[in-house]
Design a protein around this ligand. Sequence first.
Ligand SMILES: C[S@@+](CC[C@H](N)C(=O)[O-])C[C@H]1O[C@@H](n2cnc3c(N)ncnc32)[C@H](O)[C@@H]1O
Length: 278
Amino acid sequence: MQTGEPSRTALGAAVYRAHHQVSDAGRIFHDPLAVPIIGGMPALTDSFFDRDTDGRIRLLVAARSRFAEDALAEAVAAGTEQAVILGAGLDTFAYRNPHPRLRVFEIDHPDTQAWKRKRLHEADIPVPPSITYVPIDFEHQTLDEVVAATDFDPARPAFVTWLGVTVYLTRPAITSTLRYLGSMTAGSQLVLDYAEPVIPATPEEHAAAEFRKQRLSQINERWRSFFTPPEMAAELQHDGFDVVEDLGLAAATIRYTGAPAKTPERPGPHVLRAVVRG
Ligand SMILES: C[S@@+](CC[C@H](N)C(=O)[O-])C[C@H]1O[C@@H](n2cnc3c(N)ncnc32)[C@H](O)[C@@H]1O
């Protein structure tokens, strides 16, 4: 991220969600605040860091939010009353929260968080009293020290999402966060996404990867950390989690569109759900 500036990729992800509402009628992930929070639909090329010619990235961004909110609803039904949204960006769950007893802790970089709160104000989106904002820089602070200053209760189960963030962090920042999360009360859950290392197979894939790399480098939000599924599973296992489910893009496409994936499963983005072992 640029010093003193909010995350530009947070705007990019929010534009994909808004685009999904407009172009796909929100059929995977219905979010009535997705367009208002970005202040209306911008020209689509303005905020994108990928050439999403086949709509795969839009599908992924919609699917990971749906996956997370479905899992959260199940956790709430089972009694969870604390949700933690790490690297929240312009995620709107907390402002649509349908669960009356659920507290929501939005934890993000202070520059992104300040910008989001301004965006909410400008869009006239009310901030319910169930939300607590917690600033963090994952590279320089630990999650336990920042949540210690809040009324988050580590003795009670929590549901944590960490979407669109791990790829931008260093491995030590990721592992220290996962270690804290794995120490939460048994039965607490985590939904996160991560990127598998990819070697472009065709000239088109190579050009697309170079395009993204250049755009991300211009805004100082480079992709820094990659995991294979076995590496991520081993890291989570080591930190105290059991992985319940790990979906690649093809599996997510089938689940949420009912259509066969355009390409077979291959290295790429993943979203997973894990639970803290008893
Ligand atoms: C691509 S956005 C994803 C936002 C949101 N989760 C979503 O899916 O729309 C990346 C998020 O990671 C946060 N982030 C990146 N580096 C960070 C750091 N070192 N400390 C705290 N947050 C960071 C940004 O502020 C931003 O909110």
